[in-house]
Design a binder for this molecule. Structure first.
Ligand code: FEO
Length: 385
């Protein structure tokens, strides 16, 4: 695939994967992107996952058309991008490996490769001229690991953005929608590092960019403002969509019933978007994505072993460890003899910033009772006045 006159796509699609990074379902597979810049000198941008190194080398060989690469640029050391480094070095021993100091330390820890004579360490802002193309290295620590750097090609105005702007999904599927799987990817994998993403975006804003080449998902072209705006919103922990997510953990269905009644009341009040999620059954990463997407979140949980039901506990931990903040939250608890989950759920957000708690909460004693309806009405009115 040709990206610009001199830049080719040489990545691979993975439809064998069960869980990306050991925990994310990827029904549409996954793409590990890699690129080659063909100039007076040739640079290869990253490698691919270990299962596809042979295929990637074939893609590279086809793109080279008999030439040999001069550089392998390592922007990110996570093995879904670095697993082919050793094979590349065996195949092209004359090429230099270009990375920053942190990446070289990780490279040794992962692969213990002999780098004498082929190691080219670069600093933030340093440039590497290939001919017509001069590459500038833009460090982007913690987007997603500390060694991550972007690479900017001023000649074609291309930003190689490492994991940033990536999404779940292989590139040979019908799925051409970006937002949903890019958002699930962002909040699952990079969401904790919003401040660092903001810093990287500020650096990128100084560059004239026409094309974004991420390490996952499609190459982004055309009007890039939508992607940049989405990243800006997500990195700032701002709600993207006005609406209410109701996340519930139920055992015999009574807590679900309360959640569904509240959802109906919100819809009746004209709330534009109401999302229900059964935390024990839904994809956890999609639930996390939705919690960050919407402006308001209702947590409804049974009390279990004197604590919050496990699926709800895991959900809240997934939010707080990712820096969840600046939202309005409401609570519903259920219990047959000692309901305490509301107090415990609330305490789990003690270290979260800018959380506004709804004045009204619902305590369910085993099942819904006639008096609970008025409480749900009050909650709906407070959530969507
Ligand atoms: Fe796609 Fe952080 O690796």
């Amino acid at each position: 695939m040709q990206i610009t006159k001199d830049i080719r796509y040489i990545g691979v699609n993975d439809h064998e994967i069960d869980l990306f990074e050991g925990q994310y379902i990827v029904p549409e597979g996954m793409a590990y992107n890699s690129y080659v810049i063909l100039d007076d000198q040739i640079a290869v941008m990253d490698t691919v996952d270990g299962k596809f190194v042979e295929q990637w080398l074939q893609n590279l060989q086809a793109a080279l058309q008999g030439r040999t690469p001069d550089y392998l640029i390592v922007q990110h050391m996570e093995p879904d991008h670095s697993a082919g480094i050793a094979a590349f070095m065996r195949e092209y021993p004359q090429a230099a490996v270009v990375a920053n100091a942190r990446a070289f330390t990780m490279l040794q820890n992962f692969y213990a490769l002999p780098l004498e004579g082929c190691k080219k360490e670069v600093a933030d802002g340093e440039t590497l001229t290939l001919g017509r193309h001069t590459l500038q290295f833009v460090f982007a620590p913690l987007v997603h690991w500390p060694e991550v750097m972007f690479t900017y090609d001023a000649a074609d105005k291309v930003l190689f953005s490492a994991d940033a702007f990536g999404k779940f999904g292989a590139l040979d599927t019908e799925d051409d929608e970006w937002d949903c799987e890019a958002r699930r990817y962002y909040f699952g994998i990079v969401g904790k590092y919003g401040l660092q993403v903001q810093k990287a975006l500020a650096k990128a804003a100084q560059l004239e960019i026409r094309t974004i080449c991420p390490l996952h998902g499609p190459v982004l072209t055309g009007d890039l403002s939508h992607y940049l705006q989405q990243y800006s919103t997500w990195a700032a922990y701002q709600p993207e969509t006005e609406g209410v997510m109701i996340a519930y953990a139920t055992i015999y269905g009574h807590t679900r019933e309360a959640a569904e009644k509240l959802a109906q009341k919100l819809t009746d009040r004209g709330c534009p978007k109401v999302v229900l999620a059964d935390l024990a059954r839904a994809d956890w990463a999609e639930c996390v994505e939705d919690a960050f997407r919407y402006s308001k979140l209702v947590l409804a949980s049974v009390t279990y072993n004197g604590a919050v039901f496990p699926a709800m506990r895991a959900f809240i931990e997934s939010l707080t460890e990712r820096g969840y903040q600046s939202r309005t939250l409401a609570l519903m608890e259920n219990g047959s003899w000692a309901p305490t989950s509301a107090r415990q759920m609330k305490a789990m957000f003690d270290n979260s910033k800018n959380i506004t708690w709804l004045p009204t909460s619902l305590k369910i004693n085993s099942a819904l009772h006639p008096g609970d309806d008025a409480v749900l009405d009050a909650m709906a009115a407070e959530l969507w006045p």
